[in-house]
Design a protein around this ligand. Structure first.
Ligand code: HEM
Ligand code: NAG
Ligand code: NAG
Ligand code: NAG
Length: 382
């Protein structure tokens, strides 16, 4: 049923049906959320057991904050996200975000990859709570300053949208909501699917620099590690493959795949999973006199804008042309390889799965009232 309706989005004619679809989604996820709430604590939202000491530490710090600074927390359970949370308080919020992203995209198409990567880095580390946006201070161990953050972009885009929203409805729209909504509009601008989103997220008072360092998946990781990393956030193999379809847009700096080009794992040979022609292309991109080694990079969409969102990425993997080792590794397992092949040949299937997995990503361990806060400035705690 949902599958069919996503088909209708695709045509753009039946956008109003989004509300219907949304009701369906709400029904499904309300069921899930009730199950989660029953576990009795806001820290139990990840289905898997929490084993990392780093995670435990940050969970604890969050709990301490809540019980010392907000007495009410103990007895009032957090609200669920809602469809169109700002319908009364700031009805124009989503439209403002949509319009601004459209305008920015015209002059700066790289807002799309910037926001898409930013939402991943926010939601994957301690949930979608805008913690990635906080600047470092004496109290804030900023995720921005963690090594995987390198080359993260799009902070200014969020700031610009936030100041517009502060003018329209001061202190109402959270940075966490702005980030997921802006990323959604960015995906649509890039020719990706539209997906409905709940709102009502709140912003955290913490950033998790240490967690960001250890919790974000590495580009050099084997398939099993990548799968484990996504599984710990509740994504199965199919969802992991579809989520990585985000690597259809943007750029990858050479330093993230340089190790594959000449001396892979101390063999003095390139990564054998790399297609030879593609290897030469990567080498020429990364080793030329015009660009400094720091700056040199490879476009994900290296064949130009002709190919539709997602398709080139999966076809490339079939040909041994994944840019990152972790990308190419998706072909190393049967359970993931099946989905790479499926998405390479069925763009529609990919768009539907990608829409659903982006909804899931955008809802990871959110903070809702009475927890968290609505920042006035996305870079600092209110
Ligand atoms: C195994 C998982 C992943 C790894 C190891 C990984 C790693 C990377 C790396 C190393 C880059 C290059 C950054 C640069 O050179 O500036 C990159 C770029 C990017 N990643 Fe991922 N990523 C992963 C999953 C994801 C997911 C799930 C998403 C979104 C849903 C995503 C979205 C992006 C985007 C859009 C870019 C391009 C950024 C830009 O051009 O500004 N990635 N990723
Ligand atoms: C990311 O962290 C590095 C230090 O690891 C820092 O130099 C850089 O400014 C940070 N990037 C952003 C966008 O804050
Ligand atoms: C540049 O190319 C030469 C030979 O073609 C190679 O030996 C060298 O390692 C390359 N440098 C980088 C930074 O890739
Ligand atoms: C938000 O806070 C940061 C860090 O304190 C500051 O640099 C920036 O100018 C502020 N932005 C606005 C719009 O006030």
């Amino acid at each position: 049923m949902i599958i069919r309706m996503f088909g209708l989005f695709e045509t753009g004619v039946f956008m109003k049906l989004s509300f219907l679809v949304f009701l369906l989604c709400v029904l499904i996820s309300v069921k899930n959320q009730t199950a989660e709430t029953k576990k009795g604590s806001s820290t139990g939202k990840w289905s898997s057991s929490v084993s990392s000491p780093i995670l435990l530490k940050s969970f604890q710090s969050r709990r301490i904050f809540l019980s010392t600074k907000n007495e009410k927390v103990e007895d009032s359970s957090p609200r669920a996200l809602e469809y169109n949370f700002y319908r009364d308080s700031c009805p124009q919020a989503e439209e403002i975000i949509r319009t601004m992203i459209r305008q920015m995209y015209k002059v700066r198409p790289n807002v799309v990859p910037a926001l898409l990567r930013l939402v991943f880095h926010d939601c994957f580390v301690e949930g979608c709570d805008a913690s990635v946006l906080l600047d470092a201070t004496d109290e804030i161990d900023s995720e921005k300053e963690a090594p995987p953050n390198e080359t993260l972009k799009g902070f200014d885009v969020i700031d610009i949208i936030k100041s517009e929203l502060e003018e329209a409805c001061p202190r109402l729209v959270s940075c966490a909501d702005i980030l997921v909504l802006a990323a959604r509009e960015a995906v649509v601008q890039a020719g990706g699917p539209f997906y409905p989103l709940y709102t009502g997220r709140r912003d955290s008072a913490f950033s998790f620099g240490e967690a960001a360092t250890y919790e974000l998946p590495s580009p050099h990781e084997d398939l099993s590690k990548t799968i484990a990393s996504f599984a710990s956030r509740g994504f199965d193999e199919r969802e992991t493959v579809s989520l990585l379809g985000a690597h259809s847009v943007g750029v990858i700096h050479c330093k993230f795949f340089q190790n594959r080009l000449y001396n892979f794992g101390g063999t003095y040979e390139p990564d054998p999973s790399l297609d030879i022609e593609f290897l030469n292309l990567l080498r020429s991109k990364c080793n030329n006199s015009h660009t400094s080694p720091e700056e040199s990079q490879m476009e994900m969409n290296y064949e130009g804008t002709g190919s539709s969102f997602g398709t080139l990425y999966f076809r490339s993997l079939l040909l041994g042309r994944g840019i990152l080792y972790a990308d190419q590794q998706l072909m190393a397992g049967e359970g993931t390889g099946i989905w790479v092949r499926a998405y390479a040949s069925d763009a529609f299937l990919f768009r539907r799965d990608f829409a659903q997995v982006m909804m899931k990503l955008s809802n990871l361990r959110v903070l809702t009232a009475p927890m968290g806060q609505v920042r006035r400035n996305c870079s600092k705690v209110a």
